[in-house]
Design a protein around this ligand. Sequence first.
Ligand code: ATR
Length: 294
Amino acid sequence: MTDFAQIPAHSGRSAVAGIMGWPVAHSQSPRLHAYWLNHYGIDGAYIPLPVMPDRLSDAINGLRAFGFRGANVTIPFKEAVIPLIDELTPVARLIGAVNTLIVDADGKITGTNTDSPGFLDNLRHGAPQWDARRPAAVIGAGGAARAVCAALLGAGVPEVRLFNRTFDKAETLAAHFRPYFKSPIRPLPLEEKVWEGSLAEVGVVVNTTSLGMTGHPPIALDLGLIPADAVVVDIVYNPLRTPFLAAAEARGLATVDGLGMLLFQARAGFQHWFGELPEVTDDLRAYVLQAMGA
Ligand code: ATR
């Protein structure tokens, strides 16, 4: 006989959200939201929404047509959805990328970006001793770096030293942010000598590139000159302990891994769609880690 308690509690009124991407099979978000829906006893569903790139516009209209509460947006659509939706929040406009869609009762779709607050919440949670009054060093100048820079400058750091292999991209990012914050972004080439000469006083060092991810080369930088009380953060979470974090730990530096950013960025979307601001707990982390096979 079936144990009825094991059947997911979906009714005809379930609030529905999901994650749009191509592919989405690798995403941990369905499991993460399922955990919270179950934990809070909410009548809702969060499902994978694989969208072929040439069907993105249809998919956005599908959210409206099916009465979705909203969706997360992942690679390769974070920028492509912008012209297809009705409104952007200021943070999404600043970062130029959307990872969360909110659909209202009339079908109006607002796009926001929760990567930025997710990064900051994870940093504060993982390293409460982090001093926002000290400069920050950020590696990379892509979309993830824009979210991280917005978070750090918003938190009040006096300067972001932005290192990128392609220097022009760091310069462009710095110029784009200039009108929005009183503290500057200083663009720098990703070269050992420049790196070593630019670490004085930094309170946090963040990798936003794919370096160190499974199948990618590690970051080839010496961590010896990072101040002993600085925090080192990697937004890569596959593997959880990247070579960059392992080297930082070996030096005795405090570290914060990338899984927390995934968990914290999901909170705001869940609250919009399902009406409860969920907590990031050790139990949730253990559940997602187990699902990742880590
Ligand atoms: P995302 O949106 O995830 O940030 P992205 O926009 O493609 O992805 O940005 C990737 C970042 O990783 C860039 O800063 C990129 O450097 P370039 O601007 O020089 O391309 C950086 N990156 C990727 N592979 C790298 C490598 N092998 N060495 C140094 N930087 C690398």
